[in-house]
Design a protein around this ligand. Sequence first.
Ligand code: ASP
Length: 343
Amino acid sequence: MKNKAEILVIYTGGTIGMVEDPETGTLNPFNFQHLTAQIPEIKKFGFRIESISFDPVIDSSNIHPDVWVRLATIIEEQYENYDGFVILHGSDTMAYTASALSFMLENLSKPVILTGSQLPLGMIRTDGKENFITSLEIAAAKKDGKALVPEVCIFFEFQLYRGNRTHKYNAEHFEAFRSVNYPILAKAGVEIKYDFSAIHYSSNQEFRIFTELDINIAVLKLFPGISQQVVSSTLSIPGIKAIILETFGSGNAPSDVWFINELEAAIRRGIIVYNVTQCRGGSVNMGRYETSIGLQSIGVVSGHDITIESALTKMMYLLGHNYSPRILKKYLETSLRGEITVI
Ligand code: ASP
């Protein structure tokens, strides 16, 4: 039996992978072929660490579902060769990538930890070193031969989050992510303390990936004064299959007759309307207020306490299966990877 943990690091891009050229002072992408030479501390783990670097690397604002397919495919191809995976990624869209992968990697039994940083690895005050080193440790962590955290996670600033519950909430602070509706999976202090009751352990079914994402989706964010023209043109985008309706509070929307009529007509045309709250904490509860009863009665689907990042990627994943509207709605209201709290 092997005694060394084996970790694959996949570097997609983002701030973390920059180092300062000692001569010119400019920031250049880090050479991941010489990982241990550049961060000698990680040798002390005694792990076998290998890396794959995207070429060219991408700022995470340029992330596209094709990149998620590429990441899922790398993980599938290398699944048996490693104990865990660390993905280095820009923080801007990291919550989307983590959410997407949580759906695409089916029956996952190994850790997939996404991390990055607000300051490049090459800068003295970087948060990247701690984020990276602890992510490696978590990706390698096992008990009785089984991974401690067999989930797609984000590790950032001492905290491990379920990826599909996160959003980036701060563009400056090292603590850039939040998971408002789900507990932190682990905290890294003097020791890494895991909350085992919050971590999901999947059944022993065979790992596989799903890559047929369907991007025929739009987000319609409500605001006081939204016009019929905006609503109607969004709902009539050619080829559109689902609308994420970003509602107020616990899933509320204007009660104007034209508004409900537009949505009802779209639902009759087969468009799925998915109610996701603009609030970062709490849940949609249609029927609680009069301003959501109309939505409920025309067949709008509740997003419960899902994040917008998870709602979008879950919809892409489910639409890709070509399910009937009835089955699709059932899965939207079911927790597939711990992304919603269904009471
Ligand atoms: N713009 C960068 C990105 O998301 C920021 C970061 O790496 O945190 O790729």
